[in-house]
Design a protein around this ligand. Structure first.
Ligand code: PRP
Length: 215
């Protein structure tokens, strides 16, 4: 009975989706329709395997999965932590590796050491708040930005930033550095809690096969 039902994947648009599709191809799951770059379609179907795929904005992927609009999602750990949705995180896919860090000018190191009430700019206010309030027990003012967060300390908006560091070159080119590391990040597979129970076998099989190719 369960094989008549489509399993739906929500993928974070861009590099993560491309890498995910490469990985799925390795386990024999393909979606030819999706490779047509000119297409304006939003949802793609693999009739043979009864699978559907759609591309969404990264931060929306956990939302689609929590509400069951997608059974499975692939998103960055940063997004998963920030959105804090009720989903199961089942697999580290191993790509998209980077770090969530507190960054700033060297002079800001003192402010962190002495637990001063500093200003922290970030695209990730939930992660920043959790780190400073719950892990460091430091009261800070969090300022939400939507990108180019490195500007914060440069133009005097904030003392430090909480942001993703991959190669470190954005920081270096702007005279900033990593002051503290919060956590490692990478692409993760998440699953809707009800789907995990209703479609256990099919989902488990996908997880097992993916584990073999993404190690
Ligand atoms: C991300 C992140 C850093 C940069 C880190 O920004 O926010 O700015 O990449 O990469 P690096 O360590 O390799 O230099 P993104 O390019 O996503 O744009 P944004 O600043 O608009 O968020």
């Amino acid at each position: 009975m369960s094989n008549d039902r489509y399993l739906t994947f929500a993928l974070a648009k861009g590099r993560l989706a491309e890498k995910t599709l490469e990985l799925l191809e390795k386990i024999g799951i393909t979606c030819e329709e999706m490779k047509d770059k000119g297409s304006r379609k939003l949802i793609f179907v693999n009739e043979e395997r009864k699978l559907k795929f759609f591309l969404a904005k990264g931060p929306d992927v956990p939302t689609y999965v929590e509400y069951g609009a997608a059974d499975i999602g692939v998103a960055g750990k940063d997004t998963i932590l920030e959105e804090n949705r009720r989903v199961y995180e089942v697999l580290d896919l191993g790509f998209g590796q980077c770090r969530m860090c507190v960054c700033g000018p060297e002079a800001a190191r003192e402010l962190l050491l002495h637990h001063e009430r500093i200003r922290v700019a970030s695209k990730y206010p939930v992660i920043a708040r959790d780190y400073f309030y719950n892990k460091k027990h430091q009261t800070v003012d969090i300022i939400k930005l939507n990108g180019s967060v490195e500007l914060g300390p440069i133009v005097g908006l904030s003392d430090v930033i909480v942001d993703i560091v991959e190669t470190g070159s954005t920081l270096k080119e702007n005279g900033l550095g990593v002051l503290e590391e919060i956590c490692p990040l990478s692409a993760r597979m998440i699953v809707n809690q009800v789907s995990m129970q209703m479609e256990t076998e099919r989902i488990r099989e996908i997880i097992t096969q993916l584990k073999e190719v993404c190690g």
